[in-house]
Design a binder for this molecule. Structure first.
Ligand code: MRU
Length: 353
């Protein structure tokens, strides 16, 4: 279980990514062979979800080096640096993007002595490693997260933090998968997640594929189900966590966290260490991506809002650390007490020492 959905796959010379804009109606794997191509795929949400964006960007760098490897040195260096910039500008939220680009850039700096062909090969090996490590990380996070869920629990999730948002297994959905693998019966409530419908299109699809019981609800229904005692826990993913434990995730997550607090329901955030941004003191410093008004006007070609109406479309919001019951990382669980007392920095330095 967990690897049924292939989000990114290497075909020997290109990276193929499942086109998430078309799911679940169509399964297509466009192939990419340059940094600009991968950046466009990230920008247009062919690939989305913080860890998957990071993995895609790593391949973007490797493909660019491969494409340029027979160019003169000055062209190679200049164009590859531009490739890094194009990828960094593709989407602002997911810190995994910058984490992966930094890792690739450091590798380049440390291997300046290699020939261009050898460097391109080394960068490709690193992209493969980032992909493999992501699946490994999700499995470790899944095991920690599964220990928090009891047999029979009904869990709510928002957006898609599944195999599709990662290299495989998923973060929040990885927790559900791991719990099911360990023999627990888990049933999932999926918020549809307007405006891009990642819950209705992607989370519901992943769960149906794997026969994990899933119920789709619209975003304004979670309070109803919580107040009727039908939800036992919430697990979501995240795009960036600040040093004080404030969590950025898909718009609407904050609303769910407030409701969970009101109803005394644990609110867990599945968060690989690569998603924690210690350079930002708190959630106010996290840049929020505003997306096109078209996404709110309607869906795909069907627009239902009147022309001329003012529209706002912040794609993410911040859930303050005080509302987070625990962060589930691949190195263990960070509880609310640790988070609100500023213990996240300490946790990371101990776990990465
Ligand atoms: O706009 P998206 O679809 O990229 O947003 C994705 C999310 O908000 C996910 O919850 C987050 O990236 C975590 S994915 C493991």
């Amino acid at each position: 279980m967990g690897n049924h959905v292939e989000t990114l796959r290497w075909n020997g010379s290109q990276i193929e990514m499942i086109d998430q804009r078309l799911l679940p109606q169509q399964i297509a794997y466009p192939a990419y062979d340059s940094a600009a191509g991968v950046a466009e795929a990230i920008r247009t949400m062919v690939v989305r979800g913080a860890p998957a964006i990071g993995v895609a960007a790593a391949y973007g760098v490797a493909l660019e080096a491969e494409r340029l490897k027979t160019e003169p040195a000055d062209v190679f260096i200049k164009t590859l640096e531009e490739g890094f910039k194009i990828l960094a500008a593709s989407r602002p939220m997911a810190v995994n993007l910058f984490w992966a680009l930094n890792r690739m850039h450091t590798l380049w700096e440390n291997n300046r002595h290699l020939s261009q062909a050898a460097l391109a090969d080394r960068l490709l090996q690193e992209a493969h490693a980032i992909l493999d490590e992501d699946i490994q990380t999700n499995r470790q996070m899944g095991a920690y997260g599964a220990s928090l869920l009891e047999d029979g629990m009904r869990v709510l999730t928002h957006c898609n933090a599944g195999a599709l948002a990662t290299a495989g297994h998923g973060t929040a959905l990885g927790v559900f998968r791991s719990a099911v693998e360990s023999g627990k019966k888990i049933s999932v409530f999926a918020d549809e997640t307007r405006p891009f419908l990642q819950g209705a299109r992607l989370t519901a699809w992943e769960m149906v594929q794997e026969k994990i019981p899933v119920t789709l609800i619209t975003d304004n229904m979670s309070g109803y189900f919580m107040s009727h005692g039908e939800i036992d826990a919430v697990v979501v993913g995240t795009d960036r966590v600040a040093a004080n434990g404030d969590v950025a995730n898909k718009i609407g997550t904050y609303m769910v966290a407030v409701l969970a607090k009101r109803h005394n329901i644990p609110f867990y955030v599945a968060c690989p260490l690569s998603t924690i941004d210690l350079s930002l003191p708190d959630g106010n410093a996290i840049p929020i991506e505003e997306r096109s008004a078209d996404e709110v006007k309607g869906y795909r070609d069907c627009h239902w809002a009147p022309e001329g109406v003012a529209i706002r479309n912040p794609a993410f919001d911040i859930t303050p650390a005080e509302l987070v019951t625990a962060l589930i990382t691949e190195k263990g669980i960070v509880d609310n007490k640790t988070l609100v007392s500023g213990g996240l920095v300490d946790f990371i330095s101990k776990k990465t020492a």
